[in-house]
Design a protein around this ligand. Sequence first.
Ligand code: NAD
Length: 439
Amino acid sequence: MLGDISNKAAHMLSLPKVSDFFTRLIQRVAPKSYQQALGEVYVTQKFLENFSGDQVRFLARSFAVPGNHLGQQSHGYRWPYGPVAIVTPFNFPLEIPALQLMGALYMGNKPILKVDSKVSIVMEQMIRLLHHCGLPMEDLDFINSDGKTMNKLLLEANPRMTLFTGSSRVADKLAVDLKGRIKLEDAGFDWKILGPDVQEVDYVAWVCDQDAYACSGQKCSAQSIVFMHENWFKSSLISRMKDLAAKRKLEDLTIGPVLTFTTEAMLEHMNKLLQIPGSELLFGGKALENHSIPPIYGALKPTAIYVPLEEILKDGNYELVTREIFGPFQVVTDYKDNQLPRVLEALERMHAHLTAAVVSNDSLFLQEVIGKSVNGTTYAGLRARTTGAPQNHWFGPAGDPRGAGIGTPEAIKLVWSCHREIIYDIGPLPSHWEIPPAT
Ligand SMILES: NC(=O)c1ccc[n+]([C@@H]2O[C@H](COP(=O)([O-])OP(=O)(O)OC[C@H]3O[C@@H](n4cnc5c(N)ncnc54)[C@H](O)[C@@H]3O)[C@@H](O)[C@H]2O)c1
C-alpha cells in the first residue's frame, strides 16, 4: 500500500502545477530562493519514487541462519517501534518532515509529527496530498504546537522512539527527558579543508559561496569554517568568493532574513571574533539595507571573518570560533603543510560531526584527513561540498550513538526499526532423548 501511495505522490509532485505550488508555499514561510525551495520538492519527489512498488517491502527484508539441529533456525527481522514521534525544524519545511514521516510509516510505525509551527502549513498540505493518494487518515497524527507543548506531550504520551531534528540545545534536553529513547540530527559546525593542490579556482569559489550562503546560511550543513592551504590562500579564491557573495540580493532571496539570530546578535558575534589577535573582516560584516525585515529577525550581508589557526586552537577562543551561527556567516583560516596536524586537532575537538568537505584530488592528502576525522556525511575530491542532502546518499552525523540519518534505505532502517531475532526451534527431538544430568 505504501509503495503505491509513494508512487502516486511522486507522480503528483512531478506535475509542474503541484511542484510550483509547494515551491511557492515553502518560500512563503522559509526565506530561500525559488531554486533552493524547488530543490526540496525535487528531493522529496525522487525519494518517493525510490520507495515505490515493492521497495517498501524490501526495506524490511529479513534473514535466516541455520541452527544446530533439525527444526532450529534464527530469523533476524527489522521490527517497528510502534508509537513514534517526529520533531522537525523550520529550515526545511517539506524535505525533512516528509522523508522522516514516510520512513517511519514504511517501517510499520504510527508516527505523530510536529513541524516548527512557523512553517507547518507546508506539511499540512503535503499530508492532504498523501491522503489524496490513499494514505489512511488514521495512519499518522499531526500536531501544531510550540516546543514546550510538544515536550509535555512527549513526556505524557511516552513514544517508544522520537526522531528530533533541530538545535543541540533542545536535542540534549530531550535526550535526558526521554531517557535516551531518541535519535538526533542536531547542529552542524561544518568544515571544509582545501588541500595543497589548487585547481579550478572559479568552481571551488562557487561551491564555497553556495555552501556558506545559500538559504542565507540556514542549512545544518552550511559551511561554517574553511581551512585553506596556503596555496589556496595565496590564490584569487577569496576575492572570487567576495565577488560571488556581492551578487546575492534580497529581491530573489539569494540572501534574506535569518530566523533565529538578530542582526545585532550576529554583529556582536563578529565583533568578538574580530578582537582575536590577527583576525580580520574579509567581506560583508554589515546589515542588509533597504528592507522591511522585522528586527526580531536577522538581516546580514554574506560575511567571512579570517581568524589565524593558532588562535582558533587556544582554549579561550575555540568555543567562540566554533559556535554555529545559523546565518550567512563563515570563518576562514589558513594553514601550511606542517600545520595539518593542528587542523585535524581543531576538527577532533568539535562536538557536532555532521557534514564535511575535503577539497583535493591528492589521494594521500584525502586519506590523511578522512582517516583522522569522523563526520557522517563527508564529501571528498575536488568537487567536494558541505551542503546538498539529496535522497541518494546518507545524510546524518557520525560519532554519536544517538545519531540519526535521512534519505537512504540504511537511514530508514536504522532510525525507524530495531533488530529482532526469532529463533525457531520446533523439533523434532532426537529419538530416544533422555534427560541429561544437571549442568
Ligand atoms: N542535522 C540535521 O539534519 C539538521 C537539519 C536541519 C536543521 N538542523 C539544526 O536545527 C537548528 C535550527 O532549527 P531550529 O532553530 O528550528 O531548532 P530548534 O531546536 O529551536 O527547533 C526544532 C524543533 O523542535 C521544536 N522544539 C523546541 N523546543 C522543544 C522541546 N523542548 N521539546 C520538543 N520540541 C521542541 C521546535 O518547535 C521545532 O519544531 C540548527 O542548529 C541546525 O543545525 C539540523
